[in-house]
Design a binder for this molecule. Structure first.
Ligand SMILES: [Zn+2]
Length: 463
């Protein structure tokens, strides 16, 4: 058997197994496992001694090159996917936005244009629906056939993205028919808007009021409502960026009853808290994203949720805006601060540090949370999300004991600050392969813009 690449001496880790093995790669796919694969015919040999070999990370929540709040997120599909690869992520699912009056297809065409020729790793799209008259319902089905097997709806941002319950319910009925998955931004946007207007009238304009005007109850209420609508529609539902204990309770209660409710959280909710707003001047704007940071005690609840399968995925909600000139748009009014933070690069290291080194869950559960579950829920499995004969050779050679201090001075995201500045992680990707090609090699980018391909996703399967 002839291999393009053999990875020697690694410890292969999947969601279920951990075993020492060489891995042979042919034509971009995993072709063989054995303790001593013959090396004579291999064109390239990588030595993974002392390292884990993970399936590439899958980040199902990113916003590259996205217009928002009068500006555009700072990473495009080239810089964003490079940063992702440095962090061990080899597939993204980003969001194509349908604006009011547009066809869903227009959204997809626009985002294909943004990604094509730029991405260095593979990608898919969810479609954000903001407008769904009955005549447009068939477009959802057409999109599923094109490999867009998930849709996102907002219960927040009135006048921009927010949609009413009837629309959500209709979309869920359609999803139930096609096997697609509805992703929900669950916050009660109407109530939040009233609280926000009252705060502004009282002269509360500093960044921290973004967080203080979005109570956990608003997230919990919308989470419960989204799950109830899905239950009535007979559809699965996926709650994005769950941030607090109260919302987690709703997901857990539903899952205990056997409802197909799933949720992700993000590293910012696991590592940061309201305390991060204790910084001078306007710097709190660096932590303005939605849902907002919560009191510190929520962090342990979320870790516990990840360990006990109340939460199934860690994604990033990467939506970077520079502090200078972008975040500064809201200097006098927190509602004008573009919402979002940069996180695409550090997801694996942060979750590995807090989860595996923190003794909260196993290395297999780690792989499940950052790769296998997202692959299953979003129709990428088993092509991606595992290491098996025939699966894409999207692989991460990961040193579990290497230390790194996160800093804007060394990261690869095109943004002038880090949310995680100064945080020490243990566990860093050393080499990253996308379909058998090295993308990152010992701290150097060796990939190519345009290598990343659009992945036509299958429909949802239960994790
Ligand atoms: Zn988002």
């Amino acid at each position: 058997m002839k291999f393009d690449t053999v990875i020697k001496n690694g410890v292969v880790v999947t969601a279920t197994d951990t075993f020492p093995s060489d891995v042979g790669i042919t034509d971009g796919k995993v072709a063989a496992f054995a303790v001593d694969l013959p090396l004579e015919s291999a064109e390239r040999v990588l030595d993974a001694r002392g390292n884990y070999l993970f399936p590439g990370g899958i980040d199902v929540h990113t916003h590259l090159d996205m217009p928002f709040g009068g500006t555009t997120s700072a990473d495009d599909f080239e810089s964003g996917t490079i940063a992702a690869a440095f962090g061990g992520t080899t597939t993204l699912v980003d969001f194509a936005i349908q604006y009011k009056g547009q066809t869903l297809r227009t959204a997809l065409d626009t985002w294909w244009g943004k990604a094509h020729g730029k991405a260095v790793i593979d990608y898919g799209f969810h479609c954000i629906i903001t407008d769904l008259p009955d005549a447009r319902l068939d477009e959802m089905k057409a999109l599923v056939r094109e490999g867009i097997s998930s849709f996102k709806l907002f219960m927040a941002y009135p006048g921009v993205f927010m949609v009413e319950d009837a629309l959500i319910f209709k979309a869920m009925l359609s999803a139930a028919q096609t096997g697609s998955l509805i992703c929900m931004h669950a916050e009660n946007g109407g109530a939040i808007d009233v609280i926000v207007q009252r705060a502004l009238a009282e002269g509360k304009t500093a960044p921290k009021y973004h967080a203080l005007t979005r109570p956990t109850t608003a997230e919990a209420e919308a989470t419960g409502r989204a799950i109830a609508l899905a239950e009535m529609a007979g559809a699965p539902v996926y709650i994005v960026h769950l941030s607090c204990s109260e919302a987690l309770d709703r997901v857990r209660e539903a899952r205990d009853r056997g409802v197909a409710a799933y949720a992700e959280t993000c590293p910012q909710y696991l590592f940061l808290s309201l305390d991060n707003f204790d910084v001078p001047g306007f710097e709190g704007a660096k932590y303005v994203f939605t849902p907002p940071l919560r009191e510190k005690w929520h962090q342990e609840k979320l870790w516990n949720g990840l360990a006990n399968d109340q939460l199934q995925v860690v994604s990033t909600d990467h939506c970077p805006f520079c502090y200078k000139e972008q975040k500064e748009l809201g200097r006098d009014n927190f509602t004008k601060i573009p919402n979002g933070g940069p996180g695409i690069e550090h997801r694996l290291s942060l979750v590995f540090t807090g989860g595996v080194h923190g003794a909260r869950f196993s290395v297999n559960r780690f792989v499940e949370l950052v790769s296998t579950n997202p692959a299953r829920l979003f129709g990428l499995y088993p092509r991606k999300g595992t290491i098996a004969v025939g699966s894409d050779a999207d692989l991460v050679i990961f040193d579990p004991n290497q230390d790194q201090t996160i800093s804007a001075s060394t990261h690869h995201m095109r943004v002038d600050y880090s949310m995680f500045e100064g945080i020490k992680v243990k566990g860093v990707p050393r080499q990253v392969l996308s379909r058998g090609q090295l993308v990152v090699d010992q701290n150097k980018f060796v990939g190519r813009a345009g290598h990343g391909e659009f992945i036509k996703r299958q429909t949802y399967s239960q994790p």
